[in-house]
Structures are given as C-alpha cells and as structure tokens.
Design a protein around this ligand. Structure first.
Ligand SMILES: [Zn+2]
Length: 300
C-alpha cells in the first residue's frame, strides 16, 4: 500500500461536489475543454485519489476562469502556491489534488493551461549574443508538449549498505516548500547583514531559521524516496519509517541521493528556443524556463 500523506485526501467541498448530482442548466455555456494533454508521468507517482486518469490517458484542459486569473494576479497567493493549485484543479478537473502533482508533470500542465487559455503562440523577448539587438519573437508552445521524459532512472536508483533505494519526483507540495526554503535563506542573509539587530537576538533568530531549514531539507530528501528495499527483501514505503532512516543515515547517503537526482534531471530533454536575430540574422539557442509568475504575465 502507498502511504497517503494527510492533506492529500478529499476535502469536504470536493465530497459535496461529488454528491451533488443536480445538472446545471447553464453547463453547456460553461468552459469547454480546448485541448487534451498526456502527462509525462502517465499517472505514476500520483497518490491514490489525487488523479482521475481517463482510459485514453489524455486529460481535458479547460481555459482559465475569471476567478483563476484574479487569483493569479495576487502576489502572495503565488508565493504560497495556493493560487497555482486552485488554477490547476479548476482547469484540469481530472486532477483532484494538485499538491500531489509530481514535478515532472508541472511544466506540461502549465503549458497546457496556457495554450487552452490564450492559444498556442506566446511572445518572448530575446537578446542576440552577437549584436545585442533585443527583439520580440513568437514561439509555438505545442513543441514543449509530448516531450519524452525517461523516468527509468528513479527506479532502483542506488544502493546504500545493501538497501536498494528507489526515488521519485517531488510532489508540488514539496516543490512549493523548496521555494519557501529559498525565501527563508534570503531572510537569513538579510538578518545577518542587519546592523540594527543585536547579537543575542541574531543568535536566537538564526537558530530558529536554521531549524526550519533543516526540517525542509529532511522533508525534501524523504519526499524524493519512493521506497527502500532491504537485503532481506522487505519493502518500506511508510513515510515515517523513511524519515527516521534519512535523519539517521550518514552524510554519504544524502550526497549520493542528491547527485542521483541531479543526474536524472539532466537526462530530461531541455526546453530550448531557437531564434534567428532580426537584425544580424545570427542563429542562436537559449534555454526556455517556465516561471509561474512571468509565464502568465505574458498573457495579459
Ligand atoms: Zn543579432
């Protein structure tokens, strides 16, 4: 059995929605699916009950609602990930709980929602490395869907003292926590450099933030482990057992795991944009990154 973290079960609102079978006479005037999308994970790594996979393996994608757009324009909502989760569940109803979304599916899901809401074309600004001419170009986002992602590296990733370790992509909840971690690190640096705070207060706050950071790190490592198999053939998937193991393992375990995750990530196809400079005709390729904040900003 897969261990389901507490906050991944259905909330009362979702339950009520499922039980309320009254059809809305307005339903045919509501949002309709614009495209259908296949997830790179193909549904693997989702916790039970968090994704309803259609037989076709393709999820219908609705355009963003007015409410989604308003929520996304709230800066605080972006930081805590709540707006992104609400939007994903609103646009892809088959996704019951977007906090459970494996990180390998995130870009695909965001691109699909972007296409369903504003069309396939997206404008981007690029600066030529040859002549430094900055121009606006158009990109077809469909090229980034259906990119083959090889997930085999996660399975039986490495051995530690005879224990076989299988990894998995982080869920969106942990990805969001990583963002918060970076925020905490920033806070730490700002505080250390603040000359108006006395040493004793600095020490106390440093301890407090450091404790939070350590907790995040342990959670992220634990969240990257799918299962552990002992030489005796016992498979461990219980999150609490895995966490206890992580907290008490040697430094080399942590390092091997980090290196392996980087190696798997590097094997994924890179999203790049090919540009021909309007001014000097120089052809160059730049990496294309999906930042949730500016990804939707382009649309307005
Ligand atoms: Zn140029």
């Amino acid at each position: 059995m897969v261990d389901v973290p507490e906050n991944f079960s259905m909330n009362p609102e979702q339950l009520a929605q499922m039980q309320n079978q009254q059809p809305n006479p307005l339903s045919k005037y509501l949002r309709q699916p614009q495209i259908y999308v296949k997830l790179p994970s193909a549904g693997k790594y989702w916790y039970p009950g968090t994704l309803e996979m259609p037989v076709s393996g393709e999820l219908p994608v609705l355009p963003m609602s007015t409410r989604d757009e308003i929520m996304l324009n709230t800066p605080d909502a972006l930081l805590n990930g709540e707006a992104v989760v609400t939007m994903i569940q609103s646009c892809i109803p088959n996704i019951r709980n977007a906090w459970a979304l494996p990180s390998v599916d995130l870009d695909t899901v965001l691109i699909a929602i972007r296409i369903a809401s504003y069309g396939e074309k997206m404008e981007y600004t690029s600066t030529c490395p040859e002549c430094e001419n900055s121009d606006n170009y158009e990109i077809d986002l469909r090229q980034f869907l259906d990119m083959p992602v090889n997930l085999s590296g996660y399975e039986n990733a490495f051995e530690y003292k005879g224990v076989n370790v299988s990894l998995k992509p982080l869920d969106y909840n942990s990805v969001n926590q990583q963002n918060l971690e970076q925020f905490e690190q920033q806070r730490l640096i700002t505080m250390v450099n603040d000359t108006t705070i006395d040493e004793a207060t600095k020490q106390a706050r440093f301890q407090e933030i450091f404790k939070i950071l350590t907790e995040y790190t342990v959670k992220n490592v634990t969240g990257s482990i799918e299962k552990l198999t002992t030489p005796e053939g016992v498979t461990v998937m219980d999150q609490n057992h895995i966490q206890e193991f992580v907290e008490n393992s040697e430094r080399i375990f942590f390092k091997t795991l980090k290196d392996k995750l980087t190696e798997i990530k590097d094997s994924f196809p890179a999203k790049t944009v090919h540009t021909t400079c309007d001014s000097c005709q120089h052809e160059y390729t730049t990496p294309f990154t999906f930042d949730q904040a500016n990804f939707f900003e382009f649309a307005s």
